[in-house]
Design a protein around this ligand. Structure first.
Ligand SMILES: [Fe+2]
Ligand SMILES: [Fe+2]
Length: 393
């Protein structure tokens, strides 16, 4: 929380820089009066009203999708299905390089490797489409690959090129679990939520095998608790990432002016929600194991893993199959409970909040320096521009 606050403060201070045009990454390339090339059947709707704010939103989303694609590629390399099926998006790398890691993932669901490669090509497609769309509107696409300097897993066969994200030292917020089970609190109305796996929210935990030393089976064909814990960590991390996208798109959609840009956000945002729902379901199958300082609690025994409290309310807050969004308060408690995505406010689910949550997650931590890579300040600047966009009527 403290880290988030200081990030927010820093981001406010950067606003003056933005005003002077110091934005790196080229989010402001649209000229006035760029005519639409849309061929909508509805003449009145075909007039493009793509604003500078719309371009800032699309640019930020493309950047964040590149980050998502980078982390999903690492998961697919190690844990993805090798028979990926047909996809219009090429996955130009080898998948499923760590079969023992896959053994651990399969505990969560027999389809995990397939879902991992499918989520991966979805993210690649989101980034590519958003870049193509930006260009089609006369704006610049965005590419953050100059920040791909982080070392990947050392497992045999993994290409040793630098990456944008670090999946080896994660500190994972699992409060989305209780947030979506609450019937009386909403983060946009000040609600706070307990973790499902309190140990993941402190310390640093790998979500991928670091090297071949993490792999291997015993004589009975079982993987180690350590490797199962890595797979379980990945399972919760998948849902953490995708719940962020589920909130980010509706948060930014409220700032979009052009109807077609709104359609882009609603359509991609929906696929993030589909990802989240899938991973939410699978994380609940993580086995109740302990590896060092990391315990995956049994969430179906009616005991709060944070406090030890019991009771019907506690049981409802953690039960694994309660994966549909529980109706809760929204806008005004007087309106009654409703099943919704939450948060959808700028403060809780907007662009800056999303970057802050990725930073807190440890995704950009450079093990060589103990600091975040330079991608954070670029993402933060793009995020501020996106959050500052306003719907023009
Ligand atoms: Fe995405
Ligand atoms: Fe996603």
């Amino acid at each position: 929380m403290e880290k988030e606050k200081s990030l927010m403060n820093r981001s406010v201070n950067r606003r003056s820089l933005l005003k002077t045009g110091a934005l790196a990454g080229g989010a402001v390339a649209i000229g006035a009066g760029l005519a639409s090339t849309a061929t909508s059947a509805f003449a009145d709707e075909s007039k493009s009203r793509v604003t500078k704010g719309d371009i800032a939103i699309l640019t930020f989303l493309s950047a964040l999708e590149q980050v998502e694609a980078d982390l999903w590629i690492q998961y697919a390399e190690l844990g993805g299905a090798t028979n990926q099926g047909l996809s219009p998006i090429d996955i130009p790398f080898k998948t499923g390089l760590a079969p023992d890691y896959i053994t651990g993932l399969l505990v969560l669901d027999g389809d995990m490797p397939q879902y991992i490669v499918d989520n991966t090509d979805d993210e690649i497609s989101h980034h590519r489409f958003l870049n193509n769309y930006l260009q089609s509107k006369g704006a610049k696409s965005i590419d953050l690959s100059s920040f791909a300097i982080l070392p990947p897993s050392q497992v045999s066969g993994v290409p040793q090129n630098g990456r944008l994200t670090n999946l080896k030292q994660l500190t994972i917020d699992t409060s989305w679990w209780t947030r979506y089970r609450s019937d009386s609190a909403n983060p946009d109305l000040g609600g706070t939520f307990e973790n499902a796996v309190p140990d993941l929210a402190k310390g640093q935990h790998p979500a991928i095998p670091l090297s071949d030393a993490d792999l291997g089976m015993d004589g009975a064909g079982n993987i180690s608790n350590h490797l199962q814990a890595i797979a379980n960590t990945a399972g919760f991390h998948f849902a953490f990432i995708e719940q962020g996208g589920s909130s980010l798109y509706p948060a930014l959609a409220q700032k979009v002016t052009d109807v077609e840009v709104l359609r882009v956000l609603l359509s991609i945002g929906g696929s993030e929600i589909m990802h989240f729902q899938t991973w939410h379901d699978k994380a609940g199958n993580a086995t109740n194991i302990t590896d060092g300082n990391l315990t995956f609690p049994n969430l179906n025994i009616g005991v709060d893993p944070n406090t030890g409290a019991t009771g019907a309310k506690v049981a409802d807050s953690f039960q694994t199959n309660l994966i549909m969004p529980e109706p809760t308060i929204f806008l005004d408690p007087k309106l009654g409970p409703v099943s919704i995505i939450r948060p959808t406010s700028t403060a809780q689910g907007g662009a800056v909040a999303s970057v802050a949550s990725f930073v807190q997650d440890g995704l950009f931590l450079d093990p060589a320096t103990g600091k975040n890579t330079g991608i954070v300040s670029v993402l933060m600047r793009l995020a501020e521009e996106a959050d500052e966009a306003q719907r023009k009527l």
